[in-house]
Design a protein around this ligand. Structure first.
Ligand code: MG
Length: 266
């Protein structure tokens, strides 16, 4: 089931997106959104007898993390190598503020403090229930679903700062979407990033050093996770620059395509 957050001009609502996806993760033109009674994270999935055409809605970030986005660094060996780093012996965690989250189609703002803005296409895990110390074998019990993320990074600031907070924490540095897929095996999902239509990242979650259950276990051994919190699982090799005006698509098989354009903030 694909759950989106959307607006038709009024207050945001949630809905189930129907129809098939093409190989680029784009939905069938006849797809519809069946409205839900409320936020499925808190009310469960309660479909209403009401639907709108997907083409007539604006999709929003499918989840607003209640407290945090947890990033995982260097979780693909080839990406750690391209950055000149060793593979960590434990998941390397950092936080992105929930104010960094934007939705599909929203601009990624190029901050004046950087001159090296990078995309990082990533599988994003959406937590469904409050939890702590979750054993890896129980991770599925606390996961609501999966969406596509772009862990936007100011690479020059990341190199200069000891902490990643500034480099990964600007407003608009965490595009999420286009919706949450609730039924999915994450064993071997293709993660692709396109810059202005050119394929620049092409990885598979089969190459994650620490897989999704291991990440949920590790993160929840440190901090309580709340419904709507998000774990970004790390990026495959091929990270690189984005410039103002670029269109960046992150496509994950079985989920869909997240598209954003880079803009200068006036
Ligand atoms: Mg990342």
């Amino acid at each position: 089931m694909r759950i989106a957050r959307f607006t038709t001009g009024d207050d945001p609502r949630f809905g189930i997106v129907t129809g098939d996806l093409d190989e680029h993760g784009e939905p069938d033109p006849d797809s519809a959104v069946v409205a839900l009674a409320g936020d499925p994270l808190y009310l469960g999935v309660e479909p209403l007898d009401e639907q709108v055409r997907l083409a007539d809605v604006r999709l929003l970030a499918p989840v607003l993390p209640r407290s945090k986005v947890v990033g995982i660094g260097r979780n693909y060996a080839a990406h750690a190598a391209e950055m000149g780093n060793d593979v960590p012996s434990e998941p390397l965690m950092f936080l992105k503020p929930n104010t960094s989250v934007v939705g599909p189609g929203d601009p990624i703002f190029y901050p004046r403090q950087t001159s090296e803005l990078h995309y990082e296409g990533e599988l994003a895990v959406v937590i469904g229930r409050i939890c702590r110390d979750v054993p890896a074998e129980r991770a599925g019990d606390v996961i609501f679903g999966y969406t596509v993320g772009n862990d936007v990074t100011a690479r020059d600031l990341q190199r200069g700062d000891v902490q990643f907070t500034r480099a990964k924490g600007f407003d608009s540095f965490c595009p999420l979407g286009p919706w949450i897929e609730t039924e999915l095996s994450t064993a071997d999902l293709r993660v692709q990033t396109f810059r202005n239509g050119d394929l620049v990242q092409d990885g598979s979650t089969a190459d994650l050093i620490f897989d999704v259950p291991a990440l949920v276990a590790h993160v929840s051994s440190v901090m309580t996770l709340l419904p709507g919190d998000v774990i970004l699982t790390g990026t495959p090799e091929g990270v690189g620059p984005m410039e103002v005006g670029d269109e960046v698509d992150v496509v994950i098989s079985g989920i869909g395509a997240l598209t954003n354009r880079v803009a200068r903030r006036d």
